[in-house]
Design a protein around this ligand. Structure first.
Ligand SMILES: [Zn+2]
Length: 295
């Protein structure tokens, strides 16, 4: 006698129905999300996909391919230069980049949708959604902002266990150091310094008006939000540049970076113990280097 095959058929039909629902949702949900995004941004914005980026930008700005090219060139050059030393992982998922026509639009959007504070004028990176928001600028001024935000994204993505609680000076210092990357012929030279900023810090330090290194590294987010924020960003970038290129401190700095990458905040004395010096001694050497760099 043959067994009753009806339960089996019912199970197969049930699975097929679930599969069909999942397939429809997979197709429908991204469309729905795009539709909502379009409504939120308005008819003046268009969505273009290019090489791993989903770019929302003002219509006819032709930014998508340009952004994708530079984002890709920067991350590739970054892995090549520091992939091993900083234990960086390639960015594989699609990254959403929104370019706003005005700074006011960017701020409005960021307040609503992003977790990042608004201290850095040029752009924002949101660790919760792995997305970047920028203000439309002439391309040569937009490029450093792209490098800056891409640095935050790559650093966070490469940390085990999700975005770590980087010390603010380190996260912003790395981003400022790397925003000064420059194209030289076909190559992108990763990292750099602003000679003008170096000269400015030297001039301020001569009359004690700079931010002392001890305060820079222990000042936390507040220092990078307050009235001294622009100087804090510059000094953090110049300190990272010094430590990354110093024969004496580079290895200690990389050890410090590895500790910062781990989940949870690093104890405040970590930098000094990794470098084997005090903030005050380090500051003297840093200022001497800035004098040479600033010319
Ligand atoms: Zn930043």
């Amino acid at each position: 006698m043959r067994g009753d095959s009806r339960p089996l058929i019912a199970a197969i039909l049930g699975l097929a129905a679930i599969g069909a629902i999942i397939a429809v949702m997979r197709l429908a949900l991204p469309r729905l999300a795009r539709h909502r995004e379009q409504q939120l941004l308005g008819a003046n914005y268009e969505r273009v996909e290019a090489e791993g980026l989903e770019v929302w930008a003002p219509r006819k700005s032709n930014l998508a391919a340009w952004l994708a090219r530079w984002f890709g060139a920067f991350t590739r050059a970054l892995y090549e230069a520091h992939g091993k030393t900083l234990a960086l992982e390639p960015v594989e998922d699609k990254i959403v980049v929104r370019v706003f026509a005005t700074r006011a639009e960017l701020v409005r959007f960021a307040r609503k949708r992003m977790k990042q504070d608004l201290s850095h004028a040029g752009g924002f990176y949101d660790p919760a959604s792995w997305s970047i928001a920028l203000t439309l600028l002439p391309r040569e001024r937009l490029l450093p902002v792209v490098f800056h935000e891409a640095t935050h994204l790559v650093m966070d993505r490469s940390a085990p266990g999700g975005p770590p609680e980087w010390s603010t000076w380190l996260a912003e210092g790395m981003a400022v150091y790397l925003e000064h990357s420059m194209a030289q012929g076909q190559r992108l030279v990763v990292g750099g310094v602003s000679r003008r900023a170096a000269a400015q810090v030297v001039a301020l330090a001569a009359t004690g008006r700079h931010i002392p290194l001890r305060r820079l590294v222990n000042g936390g987010r507040e220092l990078f939000r307050g009235p001294q924020a622009p100087l804090a960003y510059q000094e953090a970038g110049l300190l990272v540049a010094f430590l990354m290129t110093s024969r004496r401190y580079r290895d200690g700095f990389l050890r410090y970076y590895a500790i910062e990458r781990k989940p949870g905040p690093a104890p405040p004395e970590t930098l000094e113990s990794c470098l084997g010096t005090t903030c005050e001694k380090l500051e003297k050497e840093w200022l001497a280097w800035l004098k040479v760099v600033g010319g």
